[in-house]
Design a protein around this ligand. Structure first.
Ligand code: C5P
Length: 433
């Protein structure tokens, strides 16, 4: 296969030498397209020796061959690793002022980017926005991981190791249509793939064969036939996780607790997702427990009521029946479904809980998260801060992912889909241990 490896100006460029080698050793025809800045980190002779092909950065070389579009047209896959914040911004804007820029515009092949930058740059609203736009266009994003960065600092921003990028690239190639030079009409160079199509045909199938249960929404505990105790969970984050997992090849069962039809619509239409509707905590416990044994991964996103009404009334409770004082509701505790699943899990099964918390500071939030993770006994706890105006019913979210060693493996900020992708990457990391 014809792979274009774009390399941009970050220190992680040195790791992409190993990536180029992995592609060559797997028998692919590798064409490295560095930016000018990338060549300050690793020079042309290295790229030419490893890729066994000539290397240029300029759109003015090989003009008779129309090289500035030929590479993109011939590519079966374009990988950009490392992808700096600057390159992501250039891709989002469609800039074509060097060979990598023209190649990216001219290609209709899948594009995989491996961002690498400092945490502040990765979390900057510009980068968050650019990544969201690129994902929407069908660009695949792998990483970044959390870990040691160039200086003494560490955090999210470290490029995924070459092995991980190579695996993702091979998964995409397995799925990609073959382009043979000269025999296929690549069509107009700038025609974007429709987003839905891109989602279905371009996903990295790194969850293929995984059976996943996801609960989402909020339970309703009946008081009488017309009233209930509920909560503000919209189900958006859980639905985003189900969709992202199914796009990545998982067989997903989504337990939908009182989720609006408009939020559920995309999951309903997805062939990889089965929806089971539930209402109360008892319904959820029953439906999930009968399927738990067959699942590799269980993600409990649903906001489950800790209490239910003892002795639900079959008749509507009426004011005239309580003329002197307000009626008292007696509550009893619901079973902790998540804790039960974690206790009963089989080796190799991965259980993930969510914790929506209010806190005065991030430290307090993480401390609460660590304590909750230990109490529940789960492999990973996703903690998100909520308040009167944050967390619920919104498109953006921040998740701190705490593992069984009390480490914050990753903090993902962005749209709920981005948070979902970050969570799935981290679940794979935990399962690989
Ligand atoms: O204790 P808390 O409600 O904050 O825990 C939240 C996590 O536990 C979520 O993953 C939620 O789905 C799960 N949970 C549960 N059963 C309960 C309460 C919460 O599974 N009764």
């Amino acid at each position: 296969m014809f792979i274009v490896l774009g390399v941009t100006g970050g220190i992680a460029a040195y790791k992409s030498v190993m990536l180029a080698r992995a592609f060559v050793e797997a028998g692919h025809d590798v064409h490295v397209v560095p930016t000018e800045d990338a060549l300050r980190f690793v020079g042309t002779p290295t790229w030419e020796a490893i890729s066994r092909n000539p290397v240029t950065t300029s759109v003015h070389d090989d003009v008779p061959e129309v090289r500035h579009v030929a590479l993109g047209q011939r590519a079966d896959l374009v990988v950009v690793a490392p992808a700096t914040a600057n390159t992501l911004a250039r891709m989002t804007a469609g800039l074509a002022d060097d060979l990598l820029g023209t190649t990216l515009l001219a290609t209709r092949a899948p594009v995989l980017v491996a961002p690498a930058m400092h945490t502040e740059m990765w979390e900057h609203p510009s980068t968050v926005h650019n990544i969201a736009v690129l994902r929407d266009r069908g660009v695949h994003v792998i990483g970044p991981e959390s870990g040691r960065l160039t200086g003494t600092d560490s955090g999210p921003g470290r490029m995924t190791e070459p092995d991980g990028i190579a695996q993702a690239a091979f998964a995409l190639l397995g799925d990609a249509p073959q382009h043979t030079a000269g025999t296929t009409d690549p069509g107009p160079a700038t025609t974007p793939l429709p987003a839905a199509d891109a989602g279905e045909t371009r996903a990295i199938l790194d969850l293929d064969g995984i059976s996943m249960l996801v609960s989402a929404g909020g339970t309703r505990e009946p008081i009488d036939p017309v009233r209930f105790i509920g909560n503000r969970s919209s189900g958006r984050q859980g639905v985003a996780i189900a969709l992202a997992a199914a796009d990545r090849g998982a067989d997903v069962t989504l337990f939908a607790a009182n989720i609006d039809e408009s939020i559920l619509a995309a999951a309903d239409a997805h062939p990889g997702i089965v929806i089971v509707h539930v209402s109360s905590a008892a319904d959820l416990e029953h439906e999930i427990s009968v399927r738990a044994d067959g699942a590799d991964v269980i993600v409990m996103t649903a906001a489950v009521s800790d209490y239910r009404v003892d002795g639900t009334s079959d008749q509507k409770i009426r004011k005239e029946d309580h003329p002197d004082e307000a009626p008292t509701l007696h509550l009893v505790q619901n079973p902790d479904i998540l804790k039960g699943l974690a206790t009963d899990r089989w080796p190799g099964q991965t259980i993930i809980g969510f914790a929506a918390e209010t806190a005065e500071s991030t430290e307090e939030l993480l401390e609460r998260g660590r304590r909750k993770r230990a109490r529940k006994g789960v492999d990973l706890l996703a903690v998100n801060e909520v308040g009167w105006s944050s967390g619920f019913e919104q498109e953006q979210n921040t998740l701190h992912l705490i593992d069984a060693h009390d480490d914050v493996l990753r903090t993902v900020t962005g749209t709920k889909r981005q948070a979902a992708e970050g969570l799935l990457d981290t679940i794979l990391r935990v399962r690989a241990r």
